[in-house]
Design a protein around this ligand. Structure first.
Ligand code: MG
Length: 200
């Protein structure tokens, strides 16, 4: 388990190849919940194509480029779940901008932090948790067409997403109201990537 305040690396991996890496600060790490903070201004090494722009799907060649993390974000993961719930805040503000359900593989512990594979489909939930919509359904359709994900996996992801959205909308644990009020320790510097972050 990582200690609160420790700086670790959160990475996305596709079939053994790095897709992204972000330095994050540990808020909580126990049997019930992993909570990670991504402050504005941290590095975001992200897969980009030959033209330097972000790739949507892991197809062809890519290289990682620091495109900069633009928004204050708290990331909540129930160990073993195939989703994370993200709390995005207005830049520099106290207000929640929206919630985000990211469909993915469960977080895997590594020597540096956690790895996972993003599974394309997402859902955006309003700040007050009353309304929501799917996001990146077009990318999911393309991932299916390219064989990156199976139809069975996509159906599972939708069910997983709907369960997470319902839990979030009804403020059931671990998504209780206290996360709206949570703020990072002001003494925490912006985390940075340690040596070895790019070794799969
Ligand atoms: Mg996603």
């Amino acid at each position: 388990m990582w200690a609160t305040g420790e700086q670790i690396v959160l990475r996305e991996v596709w079939h053994g190849r790095l897709w992204s890496a972000r330095p994050v600060r540990v808020v909580r790490d126990d049997a019930d919940l992993v909570a990670l903070h991504l402050p504005v201004g941290a590095a975001w090494m992200r897969a980009c194509g030959a033209d330097g722009r972000r790739l949507a799907l892991p197809v062809g060649d890519w290289r990682l480029r620091d495109i900069g993390w633009p928004v204050d974000c708290l990331r909540l993961h129930v160990p073993g779940a195939h989703h994370d719930v993200l709390v995005f805040r207005e830049p520099g503000g106290e207000r929640v901008r929206h919630w985000y359900v990211n469909l993915q593989t469960p977080l895997q512990r590594t020597g540096l932090g956690f790895d996972y594979t993003d599974h394309v489909l997402d859902a955006v939930v309003s700040a007050d948790r009353t309304t929501w919509r799917w996001e990146d359904e077009d990318e999911l359709a393309e991932a299916l067409a390219r064989g990156l994900l199976s139809a069975e996996r996509a159906a599972f992801l939708r069910e997983e997403g709907l369960r997470a959205i319902e839990r979030l909308r009804s403020s059931r644990p671990p998504y209780d109201q206290s996360w709206e009020r949570w703020r990072p320790d002001p003494s925490w510097p912006v985390p940075s990537l340690p040596p070895g972050w790019d070794v799969p």
